[in-house]
Ligand binder design. Structure first.
Ligand SMILES: *[C@@H]1O[C@H](CO)[C@@H](O)[C@H](O)[C@H]1NC(C)=O
Ligand SMILES: *[C@@H]1O[C@H](CO)[C@@H](O)[C@H](O)[C@H]1NC(C)=O
Ligand SMILES: *[C@@H]1O[C@H](CO)[C@@H](O)[C@H](O)[C@H]1NC(C)=O
Length: 349
C-alpha cells in the first residue's frame, strides 16, 4: 500500500468525521433533536468548533436559535456549558444577544457562568440590555447573579448601555441590583452623562435620583409617580428589609409602675432611634435603590436608532446598532461576531 493510498484513506476518514460534526452543528442550529441525537450516538464531537463560523460550537447554535432541548442534549453529551468561540463568546452570550430566553434559562439552570466577558469585555447582560430583551436581562441578573458593574474595554457598563439606548426598565433593574451610577467610561462619561447627551432626561433623572438618595438618605421628592406599578418587582428575593425588633423595648415600660410616663418617653425615644438607625443602614446598604413608587414597566424603552441595521452600520459609534434577530436566522452566516473596530457593533460576514 502506497503512502498516497494511506493519505487518501486518512483524508476521507477525516472528511467523514467533519461531516458528522457538521451534521450535528446544523441539526443543533435547526433544533432538530432526532438528528442531534443520531449524530451524537454515531460519535460526533459536541464541542467541535466550526472553523468557518468563528469557532462557534453546536451549543452556541442551539443557544442562539433557542432550542433548550438541544442545549440539554448537548450538555448531556459532555459539552462544556461555558465553551468559548474565537471571540470568547459563550453559548449564554449568544442566547442573550438573540433574545433566546428558554436557552438562557436552561443554561443558567445548568450552572452556566453569566459573567464571562468576550474579548472586548462585553457580557451577556450588556448584550441583552443593548437589544432590549428585558426578560433576559432580568433572568441574568436575578437568577444568574450577573455582576452589574463589569465594563468592557471602552469602560462601558451595562448601565451605560441602558442609558445610551434609553432602556428604562433595564436601567431601573440595574440600579436596583446596585449598579454603579458614577462609573466613568474611557471618555470620562457616567451613565447619567450619556442619558443627558442623548436627551433621555427621564432616564437621567432616575439615575440622578438614585445618587441623591445615597447622599441625603432621604427619598427624593421629585420622582415621577404618575404611572401605576404593573409588575411587582422580584428583585432581591433574599434581601427583605429586616423588621426592627422593638417588642421587648416596648415591654420594658411595664417595669416599675411609678416610672410609667418617663418609661414611655424613653421607650419612644429608643424606638425612634432604632427605627431611624435601621432606616439609615438600610438606605446605605441599598444606596442605589430607586424609589419603590416608580413604575417598573411604566415607560417602554424607546427604540430609537435600533432595528433593522446591521451592526456594521456604525463602526465608528460607541454603541452601534441593535441587531435584528431575523437577520441572522441562517446559521451559516456571520451575525454578531466581534470585530476590532466595533465596540457595541458586531460585524456581519
Ligand atoms: C421575552 O421578551 C420578548 C421581547 O423582548 C418577547 O417577545 C417574548 O415573548 C418574551 N418571552 C417571554 C417568555 O415572556
Ligand atoms: C457595583 O458598584 C457599586 C458602587 O461602587 C457598589 O456599591 C456595588 O457593591 C458594586 N456591585 C458589585 C456586584 O460589584
Ligand atoms: C422578649 O424577652 C423575653 C424574655 O424577657 C423573651 O422570652 C422573648 O423571646 C423576647 N421577645 C422578643 C421578640 O425578643
Amino acid at each position: 500500500m502506497s503512502k498516497l493510498t494511506v493519505l487518501c484513506v486518512f483524508v476521507i476518514l477525516g472528511a467523514g468525521i467533519a461531516d458528522n460534526e457538521l451534521t450535528l452543528w446544523n441539526a443543533a442550529a435547526e433544533g432538530n433533536l432526532p438528528n442531534v441525537n443520531k449524530a451524537l450516538t454515531t460519535g460526533a464531537n459536541p464541542e467541535w468548533p466550526n472553523p468557518d463560523y468563528y469557532g462557534k460550537t453546536s451549543l452556541h447554535q442551539a443557544s442562539h436559535f433557542n432550542h433548550p432541548d438541544v442545549v440539554f442534549a448537548l450538555l448531556g453529551a459532555g459539552s462544556n456549558k461555558d465553551i468559548k468561540d474565537t471571540s470568547f463568546e459563550t453559548p449564554i452570550y449568544d442566547a442573550s444577544v438573540f433574545g433566546s430566553l428558554d436557552a438562557v434559562n436552561m443554561l443558567i439552570g445548568r450552572g452556566a457562568d453569566v459573567n464571562i466577558q468576550s474579548i472586548s469585555g462585553r457580557t451577556p447582560v450588556m448584550e441583552a440590555t443593548l437589544s432590549g430583551h428585558f426578560n433576559i436581562t432580568k433572568v441574568l441578573l436575578i437568577n444568574g447573579l450577573a455582576n452589574v458593574n463589569l465594563s468592557d474595554k471602552t469602560g462601558t457598563t451595562a448601565l451605560h448601555v441602558a442609558a445610551f439606548w434609553n432602556r428604562f426598565n433595564e436601567a431601573k433593574l440595574l440600579l436596583r441590583m446596585g449598579a454603579d451610577t458614577e462609573k466613568k467610561d474611557n471618555e470620562g462619561k457616567t451613565p447619567v452623562d450619556i442619558a443627558r447627551e442623548k436627551g433621555y432626561d427621564h432616564l437621567a433623572n432616575i439615575m440622578d435620583n438614585s445618587i441623591v438618595t445615597t447622599i441625603s438618605s432621604k427619598p427624593s421628592t421629585n420622582a415621577p409617580t404618575a404611572q401605576p406599578i404593573t409588575t411587582s418587582p422580584t428583585v432581591h428575593p433574599n434581601k427583605k428589609m429586616s423588621t426592627v425588633q422593638i417588642s421587648n423595648a416596648s415591654n420594658t415600660q411595664n417595669k416599675g409602675s411609678g416610672l410609667l410616663i418617663p418609661g414611655l418617653v424613653i421607650s419612644i425615644v429608643i424606638i425612634v432611634a432604632v427605627v431611624t438607625t435601621a432606616a439609615v443602614l438600610y438606605v446605605k446598604k441599598r444606596k442605589n435603590k430607586v424609589d419603590e413608587e416608580l413604575p417598573l414597566e411604566g415607560q417602554p424603552p424607546q427604540q430609537s436608532g435600533s432595528g433593522m441595521g446591521s451592526r456594521h452600520d456604525s463602526e465608528n459609534s460607541l454603541y452601534g446598532v441593535v441587531l435584528n434577530k431575523t437577520e441572522s436566522q441562517v446559521p451559516s452566516r456571520g451575525s454578531q461576531h466581534e470585530s476590532e473596530n466595533s465596540l457595541y457593533g458586531a460585524t456581519v460576514a
